[in-house]
Write a protein that binds this ligand. Structure first.
Ligand code: ATP
Ligand code: MG
Ligand code: MG
Ligand code: MG
Length: 460
């Protein structure tokens, strides 16, 4: 028996044929001599309407007892539907109930539930329209990312999850500790016993290891989970998130910005074209006008300004921020959002940040005080990409590390890349969940990852 996906049935090629579908009941409505059953199998947002006539042998015993959430397998003829808003329907010959869902206790009902409520049942929430659509769009974007890079001669590198290098230097690394180490009193990871007697943690970024492969294969990207122990309960931070990090040899800051902008515009255009049905749902029920906003980004060049210009613009705006603006202090989300939403109205690439607020690996500018960094800021979210040209000069890098108190012995391998055949190179990190937030318009990052990990909360 071939089980068709409902999405495929809407294409219409199987009209007049016997088909079998399998999925979960969304609703059942009785109308005299038959019942309408709306079935969803996750392949698409739309439900398939099934007509079950009372002549079916299990009509009274089973079909009339079907409620939201029951699983069914249905065989019948695919017909053109006379009903408005749907092209096809199935006239059932067989409706087999696979699993019941007690309506007294099933947590999902026909009404709309709040996202906060759905978070508490993250094992059931993908069965809702909005969270199902997020999962499909997220999957589509993942593949679009690989397509983009594979078409441009990049290689996909798997960088390690367990590592000793805290490349952002922000002290946000989760330490690795075996159960037996943890059980032994006093053997805490800061005493250097976590990973077979050595300190190690979960990666905060795959960048440094991606640089290794960029300096051999030329253009690479890594795309995997990263972990940050940040106790920031915001709508755009997670303790576990996915990051896409391309790294390119022989590429300066402007080449880096061009790639990031091309990538973002490619991904948005792709999802608008390929995920139209799910995008229409977001546009209607989650973030009104999101399709128009994404199209505007696709159609227009990003704006590029320096950090110094951004600070001047904020200071001259006359607006009072919760966190005061001054040169040398990192931009806060309220500043980033003000610039993109109220000043420029387009994604903004901010370059040349003060060296003092950026990590050791960024290339120091001729002025000695700024680095060749670039952040991309978007409306509604703030920072979505953080990147830079990397410091390729051995002496300058070593001096900066020593100045910051970074133990260069731990980073000999990284310094070797500059000692042997160094080249100018660049890369960036795109927060994948922030991208999915931008695309779907979901206000909270907890809704765009299947199982969010935030302080004090990690169900499943
Ligand atoms: P932020 O300023 O928002 O805390 P960051 O500057 O610390 O971000 P980077 O180290 O530059 O972040 O990481 C690259 C990208 O990864 C960011 O631009 C962002 O899109 C994403 N990102 C960073 N931290 C998180 C997080 N905790 N949860 C989700 N995405 C994140
Ligand atoms: Mg951060
Ligand atoms: Mg930042
Ligand atoms: Mg950053």
């Amino acid at each position: 028996m071939i089980i068709e996906r409902i999405k495929g049935l809407f294409a219409g090629q199987l009209l007049g044929k016997q088909v079998t579908v399998a999925g979960w009941v969304r609703t059942r409505r009785d109308a005299g001599s038959f019942s309408f059953i709306e079935v969803n199998d996750g392949s698409t947002l739309a439900n398939l309407q099934v007509i079950a006539e009372r002549t079916l042998t299990n009509y009274e015993d089973e079909i009339k007892r079907l409620t939201t959430g029951c699983s069914v397998v249905i065989t019948g003829e695919l017909k053109e539907s006379p009903a408005k808003g749907q092209a096809v329907e199935v006239l059932a010959d067989v409706v087999s109930v696979v699993g019941w869902a007690d309506p007294e206790s099933y947590p999902l009902q026909k009404k709309r539930h709040s996202f906060e409520y759905l978070r508490e049942i993250s094992h059931l929430r993908p069965r809702t329209n909005a969270l199902g659509a997020v999962a499909r769009v997220r999957s589509h974007l993942t593949h679009a990312v690989h397509r983009f890079f594979q078409q441009r001669g990049f290689f996909h590198i798997h960088t390690p999850v367990i590592t000793t290098s805290d490349c952002e230097g922000a002290g946000e690394m989760f330490q690795v500790l075996t159960a037996s180490e943890a059980a032994r009193k006093g053997a805490l990871p800061e005493q250097g016993k976590g990973f077979f007697g050595k300190p190690a943690g979960l990666t905060v970024s795959g960048q440094l290891q991606a640089e290794v492969y960029a300096q051999a294969l030329g253009r690479v990207y890594t795309f995997g989970p990263t972990f940050r122990a940040e106790n920031s309960n915001t709508s755009r931070h997670l303790a576990e998130f996915w990051m896409l990090e391309p790294e390119m040899a022989f590429c300066d800051l402007s080449c880096n910005m061009d790639l990031a902008e091309t990538l973002l515009r490619f991904l948005l255009a792709d999802v608008l074209a390929e995920c139209a049905e799910d995008m229409a749902l977001f546009d209607r029920f989650v973030a009104q006008g999101v399709i128009k906003r994404l199209q505007h980004i696709v159609d227009n060049d990003f704006i590029r300004i320096t950090y110094t210009e951004a600070v001047d613009r904020l200071l001259s705006s006359g607006k009072s921020f919760d966190f005061p603006v001054s040169w040398g202090v990192d931009l806060q989300s309220e500043h980033e959002r003000f610039l993109t939403e109220e000043v420029y109205g387009l994604p903004l690439i901010v370059t040349d940040y003060p060296a003092a607020i950026k990590p050791f690996y960024m290339r120091v500018g001729d002025d000695g005080t700024t680095v060749a960094a670039m952040d991309i800021l978007v409306a509604g979210i703030g920072e979505i990409v953080g990147g830079s040209q990397r410091e390729e000069r051995y002496d300058v890098l070593l001096a900066r590390m020593q100045h910051l108190g970074i133990d260069d012995v731990d980073y000999q391998w990284y310094l070797d890349l500059r000692r042997y055949g160094t080249v100018p190179h660049s890369g960036f990190g795109l927060g994948f969940e922030r991208l999915v937030q931008l695309v779907t318009g979901m206000p909270n990052i907890r809704e765009v990852i299947p199982f969010p990990r935030t302080p004090g909360y990690a169900p499943c």
